[in-house]
Design a protein around this ligand. Sequence first.
Ligand SMILES: NC(=O)c1ccc[n+]([C@@H]2O[C@H](COP(=O)([O-])OP(=O)(O)OC[C@H]3O[C@@H](n4cnc5c(N)ncnc54)[C@H](O)[C@@H]3O)[C@@H](O)[C@H]2O)c1
Ligand SMILES: O=C(O)CC[C@@H](O)C(=O)O
Length: 498
Amino acid sequence: MSFAPSSPPSVSQQQRAPTTPSTARVMPTNVMNTPTAPQGTSAPSTTGAAAPAAPSTTSSANAPNTPGTEIRGRERQGSFGGSTRAKVLKPFNTANIKILLLENVNETAVRALRDQGYQVETHAKALAEDVLIEKIKDVHCVGIRSKTKLTKKVLDAAEKLGVIGCFCIGTNQVDLEHAASKGIAVFNSPFSNSRSVAELVIAEIVLLSRQLGDRNNEMHQGIWSKVSANCYEIRGKTLGIVGYGHIGSQLSVLAESMGMRVYFHDVVPLMPLGTSKQVGSLDELLEISDFVTLHVPETEDTKNMIGEHELNKMKQGSFLINASRGTVVQISALAKALRSGHIGGAAVDVFPKEPAANGKFFESELIGCPNTLLTPHIGGSTEEAQSMIGVEVSQALIKFINNGTSIGAVNFPEVDLRAIRDEENSIRLCYTHANVPGVLLRITNILADHNVDKQFSDSKGKIAYLMADISDVTPEQIQDIYRRVSETPTNIVTRVLY
Ligand SMILES: NC(=O)c1ccc[n+]([C@@H]2O[C@H](COP(=O)([O-])OP(=O)(O)OC[C@H]3O[C@@H](n4cnc5c(N)ncnc54)[C@H](O)[C@@H]3O)[C@@H](O)[C@H]2O)c1
Ligand SMILES: O=C(O)CC[C@@H](O)C(=O)O
């Protein structure tokens, strides 16, 4: 386990909009937030120390890392010069950390998290809401993909949850703002499956252009139907990309290498790759494209982005591909345009309502439409992508749990500090609080008599996150710092790491 590149050890509190803390809370019995004794000290007694939880049957067989034993004292390069050791932080006895992984999260993640000594429970499918509410009560971290909806109701049931890992790109399935208001950081994998999606779209462009889905269906029914009418090469055709982010731009390069002309529309001006060109509006893109492919996130603005008006703008016989989110396209309008022949074919990987698990019934107005390829949300489903996502997201979770590092969080201020010195009685304070004026002064007063080695603070919307490394503190002083910080009126979550 390693620290990410360190941030400057300065205090950089940003301008704060006055707000009232929505869910201030102190979590004295939460193992992610309760200080326990550092090595060689007696257990602090003034706050309830976390009772070690009995490992469940699904937990890791790995021996838990005891703080202050083998995980300490590793030499780290670069942080403090050659001779100073950096302390490898752990929150406390890591076997007390409970992690729930749903939706068949990749084995690379399961292994990495178990190697930390955490208790990891895995499920191949998404859980029904009532089961999820029961399960999530007791866990410190949950890992999901696109099916599990972490709504306000579910998050409010999660009494100990400190961090969420979305083992995918999309984070629309999580109420990000509510999670932040409860001090719960959310991480995702911003680009590990981008290439897989781009390759699938290239395949679909060829398949649609040659009506391969229909020919394949006919052959499986024993029907020989050799046709060339309305079948085309893709060379020289125009691809219109809506959303030129990680996937859209990767696709742009692949499509040009196959001889396509590429235009794109995005809400922000972006550097066109190769000879592609950005156009001024969605309508303009729709009017000039032979293929339109959607790569936008699910937001209020992208909801029903492609409906009757937009489909009518598209060229007669052109093709639509959606591997973004199901809510981006009005399915009834698309089905109508396909059946009328105005749209020559479509490839759809995502749907407004998707079955919760494999084997469950799927229904859609698109079933039976001509030249229509339907796939069960598999754009990012390759061995390569899932394995990379597993590594990337599990590392982010481990860094947050063990070090407090929030770099890469999608809903949280991004804060990191360079490694803490490997000394007895040095601690890291991680304080998530309401983003209101006057908090830093209060914390400075609490820490006034201590040796603060370094400190960094940042804010995002209604919350802020402060990290401070403090040396030469006795167990009693640790308890005092923890108590006073967690009792501040702006407290959302206070953690002390050793
Ligand atoms: N089918 C799958 O399995 C699969 C896999 C990965 C991602 N996805 C989906 O694809 C989406 C895009 O992924 P990405 O990694 O390229 O995201 P990204 O964030 O890198 O890029 C999205 C782009 O869309 C643009 N955008 C946002 N709103 C827009 C609007 N209203 N009009 C035009 N452009 C807009 C953004 O400016 C950005 O450039 C994800 O959000 C996810 O929902 C699906
Ligand atoms: O793996 C999944 O369930 C989601 C894949 C994709 O939609 C993503 O957002 O990365």
